[in-house]
Design a protein around this ligand. Structure first.
Ligand code: FAD
Length: 632
C-alpha cells in the first residue's frame, strides 16, 4: 500500500464556494488552523455563477423593508416548510453579512445616494438584492478570497508561513469522512485529481459546504462538480438529510442550442422588466396566479407594467411569482402546444428596455446569448424553459450551530437543508451562504475548543476508503461510468422531474435498484493520473444514493408544495406541512431509510407577523385554534 500524505487541522472545510470560504474565514478568525478543500480550481464554485444578487433587508431602496418582511417572504416562498429559526436568523443577519463584505472590499452597485443598490426579485416584497450588475457571485467570491489572502498575510507576518493557519487544497476531492471509535468526526480522506494520489486530513471538526446535486439530472444549470457529494458523505457518516424531494427547477434555462441546454438565464431579466410569452404572443403568467398569491400580484398588463415605476400603488407582475409557480406554468404552456419551436417559451426584454440599458444591466446575459445562441437579446426574445437548479433538501442541521447528528460534523450553504423549506427565493442563497457559513465556522471552532482530547482516526477505515476508491481502476473491463451516469440522469429527469406521478417515481426507484449492481461493476481504463472516467465512477456512488433519497421522499409526500409537484395530489395539505421527511443510511449501508419527523413549531412572536387569514392557507384547524385565532 502507498504512503498516504497526511495533514492535521482543527477544522476542515469541504467546499470553497461562498459557504465554505465564509466558514473557513470565521474558524480562522477564531484562532483555528483550517484547511479548505475544493474539487475544482480555487475560485471556481457555483457561487461564482450567481448572477442576480444577495437578498438582505437593508432597506436602502425602500425604507419599509426590514427583517420581519424578509422573514415573511422567505416563509411564504418556502410555503411554511422552512425551519422558522433558520429563516429568522437569515433575515436578521443578512444585512450585517453584506456590510461586512463591503468592509472586506466588495464593490456593490450603488443607489443615487451612494448606498448599496438593491434590485427586485421574485417573491421579495421590496427591492432587496444587493448586486454587482449580473455578476454578483463573482464579486462575492473575489472578496472572500481576498479576505483569505489577507488572513494568510497576517499569518506570514506572525509566524513566517502564509499557510500556517489557512491552507487551500484545490482540485482535491474528498471521498469519505472518517470517525473515531466513539463515532465522532476525526477527519476526511480524498485524492488529488491531478495525480490520483490520496490525501488524508485529521481533524476533530469538518464542515460540509459542497453545494448542489444537479448533475443527477439531464437538464441542469449546475456544472460538473455538483454530484451531491456533501449530502452523500453526510449520509454515509451517519448524519441525516431532510426533505430531499424539494428540488428547484429554475423557470428560465436556455433551451437551444442543445449543447448549452439548461444554462441559466437569470431571473434579473424578469426583475428588470422582461416578460414571458407563449407562441401565440400571450403573456400567459396572468392565467397562473395561484389563490395564495392572488392579492399580491397584478391582474392586468397595465398594472404590472406600472409597478416597475410605481410600486406603492401597483401590484407586481406575475412573471415575478416564486420560481416553482413560474416553472410549472411554462411546463403547462409547452405541454398545451403553445411552446416555441425548441420546446420553451419566449422571454422578451428587447421590447421592454432600450438596447443600451439591457447591455448595461444584463451584460452577462447579452454575451451569453450572443456567443452561445447567436441571439441578440436587445433585438429578439430569448427561448427559455425549466432547468434543474437548486436543491432545497439537504443535510439536517441544528438551526443555530449548523451541527449535524454526528459530533464534529457541520453543514452550510446549499448542501444543508431547512432554511428554504419547499422552495428557495432567488437571492436567498447568497445570503444563506454568508449567514450560515459564518455560523458553521464559529460553532465548529467552539466545538474544537470543547474537546478534551482529539479524536483518533480508525486506520481500518482509511484502508477501506482507499480500497473503495480504487475499485473502478481494478475493474478496467467493467461498465463505462458515463453510460451509467447518462442512464441515471435520464431516469431522474423524466421520472422524478417537475411533475411527479407515483407510477413513474416507483419506476425510477426500481431503476435505481438496478443501477446499484451496475455501479459496483463500473470500471475505468487508464491509471490514477488525471482520469475523469475514474472520477465519474466515484461521483456515481454519491449521485445514486442522493437520487434514491429524492425519489423515496417524492413518492412518500402526497401533496404538492414548492419544488415538489404530485400529479395525483395537486394541492398543498396542511397535514403534510407538519411533516419533515428524513433520510438516513439503512442498516446494511446499501440504501436509504425514510421516516416522518414532526416539523418544529413556529414561535408565537414569529407567527404573529402574519395575518390569520394567511396562516389559514397553510395550517391545520388545530394549529390555528392553538393560536387563539380559531379555525373554521
Ligand atoms: P458552491 O458554491 O456550489 O461550492 C461548492 C464547493 O464544494 C466547490 O468548491 C466544489 O468544488 C466543492 N466540492 C464539491 N464536492 C466536493 C468534494 N467531494 N470534495 C471537495 N470539494 C468538493 N443564488 C443566489 O442567491 N442569487 C443568485 O443570483 C444565484 N444565481 C445562480 C446562478 C447559477 C448559474 C447557479 C448554478 C446558481 C445560482 N444561485 C444563486 C445559487 C447559488 O449560487 C448556489 O446555491 C450557491 O452558490 C451554493 O454555494 P455553496 O457555497 O453552498 O456551494
Amino acid at each position: 500500500t502507498e504512503n498516504i500524505e497526511r495533514h492535521s487541522y482543527d477544522v476542515v472545510v469541504i467546499g470553497a464556494g461562498g459557504a465554505g470560504l465564509r466558514a473557513a474565514i470565521e474558524a480562522r478568525q477564531a484562532g483555528k488552523r483550517v484547511a479548505v478543500i475544493s474539487k475544482s480550481l480555487f475560485g471556481k464554485a457555483h457561487t461564482v455563477m450567481a448572477e442576480g444578487g444577495a437578498a438582505a433587508a437593508m432597506g436602502n431602496v425602500n425604507p419599509k423593508d426590514n427583517w420581519q418582511v424578509h422573514f415573511r417572504d422567505t416563509m411564504r416562498g418556502g410555503k411554511f416548510l422552512n425551519h422558522f429559526r433558520m429563516a429568522e436568523l437569515h433575515a436578521k443577519e443578512a444585512p450585517d453579512r453584506i456590510w461586512e463584505l463591503e468592509t472586506w472590499g466588495a464593490l456593490f452597485d450603488r443607489t443615487k445616494e451612494g448606498k448599496i443598490s438593491q434590485r427586485n426579485f421574485g417573491g421579495h416584497e421590496y427591492p432587496r438584492l444587493a448586486h454587482v450588475g449580473d455578476r454578483t457571485g463573482l464579486e462575492l467570491i473575489r472578496t472572500l478570497q481576498q479576505r483569505v489572502v489577507a488572513l494568510q498575510q497576517e499569518d506570514k507576518a506572525q509566524n513566517g508561513d502564509y499557510e500556517s493557519h489557512l491552507r487551500v487544497f484545490a482540485e482535491t476531492t474528498i471521498v469519505r469522512l472518517l470517525k473515531d471509535a466513539q463515532g465522532r468526526i476525526a477527519g476526511a480522506i480524498g485524492y488529488y485529481r491531478e495525480t490520483g494520489r490520496f490525501v488524508l486530513f485529521e481533524a476533530p471538526a469538518v464542515i460540509l459546504a459542497t453545494g448542489g446535486i444537479g448533475r443527477s439530472y439531464t437538464v441542469t444549470s449546475n456544472s460538473w462538480e455538483y454530484t451531491g457529494d456533501g449530502h452523500a458523505l453526510a449520509l454515509l457518516a451517519g448524519a441525516t438529510l431532510v426533505n430531499m424531494e424539494f428540488i428547484q427547477f429554475h423557470p428560465t434555462g436556455m433551451v437551444w442550442p442543445p449543447s448549452v441546454k439548461g444554462i441559466l438565464v437569470t431571473e434579473s431579466v424578469r426583475g428588470d422588466g422582461g416578460v414571458l410569452r407563449n407562441s401565440e404572443g400571450k403573456r400567459f403568467m396572468f392565467d397562473y396566479v395561484p389563490d395564495v398569491f392572488r392579492k399580491q400580484y397584478a391582474e392586468t398588463e397595465e398594472e404590472a407594467d406600472r409597478w416597475y415605476t410605481d410600486q406603492e400603488n401597483n401590484r407586481r407582475p406575475p412573471e415575478l411569482l416564486p420560481r416553482d409557480e413560474v416553472a410549472r406554468s411554462i411546463n403547462a404552456e409547452v405541454k398545451a402546444g403553445r411552446g416555441t419551436p425548441n420546446g420553451g417559451v419566449y422571454l422578451d426584454v428587447s421590447s421592454r428596455l432600450p438596447a443600451e440599458e439591457i447591455r448595461r444591466r444584463l451584460p452577462s446575459m447579452y454575451h451569453q446569448f450572443k456567443e452561445l445562441a447567436d441571439v441578440d437579446i436587445t433585438a429578439q426574445p430569448m427561448e427559455v424553459g425549466p432547468t434543474c437548479h437548486y436543491v432545497m433538501g439537504g443535510v439536517e442541521v441544528d438551526p443555530d450551530t449548523q451541527g449535524t447528528k454526528v459530533p464534529g460534523l457541520y453543514a452550510a450553504g446549499e448542501c444543508a437543508g431547512g432554511m428554504h423549506g419547499s422552495n428557495r427565493l432567488g437571492g436567498n442563497s447568497l445570503s444563506d451562504l454568508l449567514v450560515f457559513g459564518r455560523r458553521a465556522g464559529l460553532h465548529a471552532a467552539e466545538y474544537v475548543d470543547s474537546l478534551e482530547a482529539p479524536p483518533a482516526i480508525v486506520e481500518a477505515d482509511v484502508d477501506a476508503a482507499v480500497d473503495e476508491a480504487l475499485a473502478p481502476l481494478n475493474n478496467s473491463d467493467g461498465e463505462n461510468p458515463y453510460t451509467l451516469h447518462h442512464d441515471l440522469q435520464v431516469t431522474m429527469n423524466t421520472l422524478v422531474g417537475i411533475i411527479r406521478k407515483p407510477g413513474e417515481v416507483s419506476e425510477a426507484l426500481t431503476k435505481l435498484e438496478e443501477f446499484k449492481p451496475r455501479h459496483h461493476k463500473v470500471g475505468s481504463t487508464g491509471g490514477r493520473r488525471f482520469n475523469p472516467g475514474w472520477h465519474v465512477a466515484l461521483d456515481l456512488r454519491n449521485m445514486l444514493i442522493v437520487s434514491e433519497c429524492v425519489a423515496k421522499a417524492a413518492l412518500e409526500r402526497e401533496e404538492s408544495r414548492g419544488g415538489h409537484t404530485r400529479d395525483d395530489f395537486p394541492t398543498m395539505s396542511a397535514k403534510w406541512r407538519q411533516v419533515n421527511l428524513i433520510c438516513s443510511l439503512n442498516e446494511d449501508g446499501t440504501g436509504v431509510d425514510l421516516k416522518h419527523q414532526p416539523i418544529p413549531t413556529v414561535r408565537q412572536d414569529l407567527l404573529e407577523l402574519f395575518e390569520i387569514s394567511e396562516l389559514k392557507k397553510y395550517f391545520t384547524d388545530e394549529e390555528l385554534a392553538g393560536l387563539g385565532g380559531g379555525g373554521d
